[in-house]
Design a protein around this ligand. Structure first.
Ligand code: PMP
Length: 390
């Protein structure tokens, strides 16, 4: 008689089944074979010297992708949200005021995270698809005197690429750190961490970088470092404590000691994706994403669809938002395309649910052939998806 009260799960005795999907939504994107195979290399120890060399390469790759010379640069062991939490948990102390630009879901998330850790989150709010002017931000900075201002560069829920020029200097005039989310834009739209005076910048692995989800590049300026390392209280998270992580990533000049077991395979894959970015060149990549986005946008307009972001200069090249065509249910369209093309495109997220369809052409997926395929799938869906009776 077995002592077990929970039987063997029958489904686990069947082979793993993973369908092929063309991932043309806002992420994750498809992982090219070269990155998949890098992630499939045999495991080594997280504290082996070869692993530290790989981490050093990752750090250099992130410095290149971010265009920064910041010493405190690394990949967080976790998804984009973990990097968002690492930024806020380390740079802000309980009771301090932060100013959050909310023009889509990511600002809402940043405000939520700030409140959970006991910060006073002031929201600067715009409708989905809108941007903030420097004057509006300056007014809020002078009114609230926050220690940090959060803005999303590539707002993937609305399709906006928020202008960043002048923001860093403006924040610094008010003794405030600038925190920027580039999860959906890094590698596909220009960003210059040092030149634009961004204090904390983070991203994710699963979008333009085409690595599996689960690692998240992040970097801190000298100004951010000073604030973080002169805190009065410990950050609320041990796992995301930048004191420990700086050591793990060889950023503090001290011998590395065990903090946590990093995602070894995820780091192999991330190194490979940063190697590909280095081979292709950032500027080439930006240009290519811009050209493919324009091609897609023209094709969408030819289909009679309307782009959600009216101002061409504010459209995010990596994730395109399409206004849900009148008389259609967006769920029918995405379901039709999944069923008939095994292709993911998605509806909106957070405040943009019901307003938009979202198409991502990112990194390896950013090709004319994929743009053509998504246009064909959408044209087909428009013909076949019954118009609602409203
Ligand atoms: N910020 C932006 C702009 C994103 O697009 C995403 C992911 N869709 C995130 C943050 C969160 O990243 P993750 O899902 O990897 O936690």
């Amino acid at each position: 008689m077995s002592s077990l009260t929970v039987p063997v799960p029958a489904s686990l005795l069947l082979p793993l089944k993973v369908p092929y999907r063309l991932m043309l939504g806002p992420g994750p994107s498809n992982v090219p074979p070269r990155i998949l195979s890098a992630g499939g290399r045999p495991i080594i120890g997280h504290m082996h010297k070869e692993m530290f060399e790989i981490m050093d390469d990752i750090k250099k790759g992130i410095q290149y992708a971010f265009q920064t010379k910041n010493e405190l640069t690394m990949a967080i062991s976790g998804s984009g949200h973990a990097a968002m939490e690492a930024a806020l948990y380390n740079a802000v102390e309980r009771g301090e005021t932060v100013l959050i630009g909310v023009n889509g879901i990511w600002g809402e998330r940043a405000a939520d995270i700030s409140e959970r850790m006991g910060a006073d989150a002031k929201r600067l709010v715009k409708l989905p698809g809108e941007c903030f002017t420097l004057q509006e931000i300056e007014q809020a900075l002078s009114k609230h005197k926050p220690v940090l201002f959060f803005i999303t560069h590539g707002e993937s829920s609305t399709g906006i690429a928020h202008p960043l020029d002048g923001l860093g200097a403006l924040c610094h005039k008010y003794n405030c750190l600038l925190l920027v989310d580039s999860v959906a834009s890094l590698g596909g739209a220009p960003i210059y961490m040092d030149k634009q005076e961004i204090d904390i910048l983070y991203s994710g692995s699963q979008k333009v970088l085409n690595a599996p989800p689960g690692t998240a590049p992040i970097s801190f300026s000298e100004r951010a470092k000073q604030k973080i390392f002169s805190r009065e209280t410990k950050p609320v998270s041990f796992y995301l404590d930048m004191g420990w992580l700086a050591n793990y990533w060889g950023c503090d000049g001290k011998p590395r000691v065990y903090h946590h077991t990093g995602p070894v395979s995820g780091f192999f894959a991330l190194r490979e994706s940063l190697a590909i970015l280095a081979e292709q060149g950032l500027e080439n990549n930006w240009k290519h994403h811009q050209e493919m986005a324009l091609y897609l946008h023209q094709g969408l307009e030819k289909l009679g669809l309307k782009l959600f972001v009216k101002d061409k200069n504010l459209r995010l090249p990596t994730v395109t938002t399409i206004a849900v065509p009148e008389g259609y249910d967006w769920r029918d369209i995405t379901a039709y395309i999944m069923k008939n093309y095994s292709m993911e495109i998605t509806g909106g997220l957070g405040p943009s649910v019901g307003m938009v369809l979202r198409v991502g052409l990112m990194g390896y997926n950013c090709t004319k052939a994929n743009a053509d395929l998504v246009l064909q799938a959408l044209g087909d869906a428009l013909q076949h998806c019954q118009k609602s009776k409203v």
